[in-house]
Write a protein that binds this ligand. Structure first.
Ligand code: NDP
Length: 328
């Protein structure tokens, strides 16, 4: 057993600190598969963990990072053997289980899924938890019976990671996509991903009326709070909004009016504990339905040394699209 390089969050009376450390393999947590990590990603939740802005980390010391692609190094799980290419999203990594900003992880094989055919390791992490969550949102809307013929679909936080992938996926599925953003200067970027209209975020931050003019049949919301409340009150009769995020806040200052008078549905979407079968379905669809050129246009790559600074920027809403973290 040797050591490997990892980013580690510690906490004491003085507060939280983040530093690189040679982590001992014997200190890895229980699991039946050891994976050598090649890439991870930066998500909003990673920014919250790195900055300590919200209590995402529930065990110290913690290696942050919720996403990985890598190669199985050792396995006593019958589903995986040495050399298999695998991905992992969520399952408490970076929160309760040592995470992926490290050269190695040890995890339960049940948490891993094979790298889908048609995606390179780098592309899989360009998608990451954010992109896989965007697909879960599209699947939730479809399961609710919504189709593009019913009217437009809004995406909030559109320039962000979940938002960028959601715009591309909904447009590819035939939706007229309204991209809501606080960065209207990114209109060309959003139209390149497939948005038909750009909506200034300020149109969703005013006082929430119980019912407002009906504007969209469906939506993917990544921000919560007042913008989500306004999105709900502007949703057409029988429409639905998939809610996955809280970038504007955890509250929801809404009323029951859209639900009881317009038959609107609010669909909750969680990626962390989603069952394996749903994950495999989402990843197989991502491998086929996400245009590789669009994915490349929304992706930047950083080194592990740059993660701390990028984590500060993502919680300030300054990151565009997706960020891959090269580990090996
Ligand atoms: P990003 O930071 O990449 O995207 C968030 C976007 O929200 C920003 O780019 C910005 O978009 C917008 N935004 C930021 N601050 C505000 C604000 N104060 N008011 C309104 N809009 C704001 O993060 P991710 O895409 O990684 O994650 C998005 C959200 O989804 C996060 O809350 C995250 O926790 C959640 N999430 C949830 C998952 C789940 O399992 N439910 C999984 C993955 C993510 P713009 O500049 O275009 O306005």
């Amino acid at each position: 057993m040797g050591t490997f390089k990892a980013l580690v969050i510690d906490k004491n009376e003085a507060g939280q600190s983040v530093s690189f450390r040679d982590f001992n393999e014997t200190d890895l947590m229980d699991g039946d598969v050891t994976v050598r990590v090649s890439h991870s990603t930066l998500n909003y939740k990673d920014g919250l963990a790195l900055t300590g802005k919200a209590p995402v980390v529930r065990r110290f010391p913690m290696i942050p990072g919720v996403d990985l692609v890598g190669t199985v190094e050792a396995s006593s799980n019958p589903d995986f053997k040495t050399g298999d290419a695998v991905i992992l999203n969520g399952w408490g990594l970076g929160e309760t289980h040592l995470g992926t900003y490290a050269e190695k992880v040890r995890v339960k094989g049940d948490w891993l899924i094979p790298l889908p055919a048609g995606l390179s390791p780098q592309q899989a992490m360009a998608i990451g938890t954010a992109g896989y969550t965007a697909m879960l949102c599209l699947m939730a809307l479809e399961k609710h019976g919504l189709t593009p013929e019913r009217g437009p679909a809004i995406v909030t936080g559109a320039v962000g990671g979940v938002g960028s992938v959601a715009v591309a996926l909904l447009a590819r599925a035939g939706w007229h996509v309204i991209a809501a953003t606080g960065r209207p200067e990114e209109a060309d970027y959003l139209k390149g991903l497939g948005a038909s209209e750009i909506l200034d975020r300020s149109e969703l931050t005013g006082a929430v009326r119980p019912l407002a003019k009906e504007r969209w049949a469906a939506g993917v919301d990544t921000v919560g709070s007042i913008p989500l409340a306004n999105v709900i009150s502007m949703t057409k009769y029988d429409g639905a909004i998939a809610a996955c995020g809280l970038a504007a806040g955890m509250d929801l200052p809404s009323t029951v009016a859209p639900f009881i008078l317009r038959n609107v549905a609010l669909l909750g979407v969680d990626s962390v504990m989603a069952p394996k079968a749903l994950r495999i379905e989402a990843w197989n669809r991502l491998a086929h339905e996400l245009d590789h050129g669009k994915l490349a246009s929304m992706t930047s790559t950083i080194s592990l040394d740059e993660v701390m600074e990028a984590g500060r920027r993502i919680v300030e809403g300054q990151v565009k699209g997706r960020v891959v973290v090269a580990i090996a």
